[in-house]
Design a protein. Structure first.
Length: 248
């Protein structure tokens, strides 16, 4: 702590009573005090400038730190905005895909409902066809029973006719009849001549004959023109007879 200079009180009357009055102003002490004051002021000023500079540097550093932080936050904000834009695009695409998927599901549901309706309609038709088929089956069984009863009644007459005509006719396979003749060859009455007639369509066909009959195509054409199967059988028997007699 600097020493404080205290100026003593002046006795003006004593001073004036002297032969050479003088007042000691203590200039050296004043100058020393002044120097000390100026040094103190200079030190204070230096400390203040240093403090100000330190505060300025600290402020600049803090300002730079805050600016860097603000720049970093802004960069992060921009990245977030870009990500937000991408997410919005993704959400828009997902919404569009969702709408398309919902439209597809709705279309499939409509198709499914249409198929269900068709299935229900087909079930009704199937049931109707089953009823019709059952009725037809019953009718066919009834007709078969009638035909069986009729066949049982006419079987003796048929056997007598076949014995008299020396010809038998029977069904084979599907829509085919087998016609067999005996007593055709005068030299061998037991020799059998036969043919198979296909009646599955309006055009009659003869897949096979035993033995081979050369005039069969002509006879078959006449049959398809006249539609008279009984006349055809008589002509075939005569053709077999001519073949047997001419073959000797």
């Amino acid at each position: 702590m600097s020493k404080v200079l205290r100026v003593p009180k002046l006795d003006l009357q004593a001073i004036l009573a002297q032969q050479n009055p003088q007042i000691d102003l203590h200039l050296e002490a004043y100058e020393a005090s002044t120097r000390n004051f100026l040094a103190a002021v200079s030190n204070y000023t230096q400390r203040a400038v240093t403090e100000i500079q330190n505060r300025k540097d600290a402020y600049s550093a803090e300002k730079k730190r805050l600016a860097d932080k603000a720049q970093s936050i802004e960069a992060e904000t921009n990245q977030c905005k870009l990500k937000e834009i991408e997410l919005i695009k993704v959400l828009d695409r997902e919404q569009e895909e969702k709408r398309e998927a919902e439209a597809g599901v709705a279309a499939f549901r409509r198709q499914l409902n249409a198929v269900k309706d068709q299935c229900a309609s087909l079930d009704v038709e199937i049931e109707q066809h089953r009823v019709v088929a059952a009725n037809l089956l019953r009718e066919r069984k009834r007709e078969q029973a009638i035909l069986g009863a009729h066949a049982a009644r006419v079987h003796p007459e048929l056997a007598a006719c076949e014995a008299a005509l020396k010809c038998t006719i029977e069904g084979i396979g599907h829509d085919k009849i087998l016609v067999r003749f005996t007593h055709v060859d005068p030299a061998d009455h037991e020799r059998e001549f036969s043919l198979v007639v296909d009646v599955s369509s309006r055009t009659y066909k003869v897949p096979t004959t035993t033995p081979f009959l050369p005039t069969l195509p002509i006879l078959l054409d006449e049959l398809n023109e006249s539609r008279d199967i009984y006349a055809f059988i008589r002509r075939v028997r005569n053709a077999f007879r001519e073949l047997a007699v001419g073959g000797r």
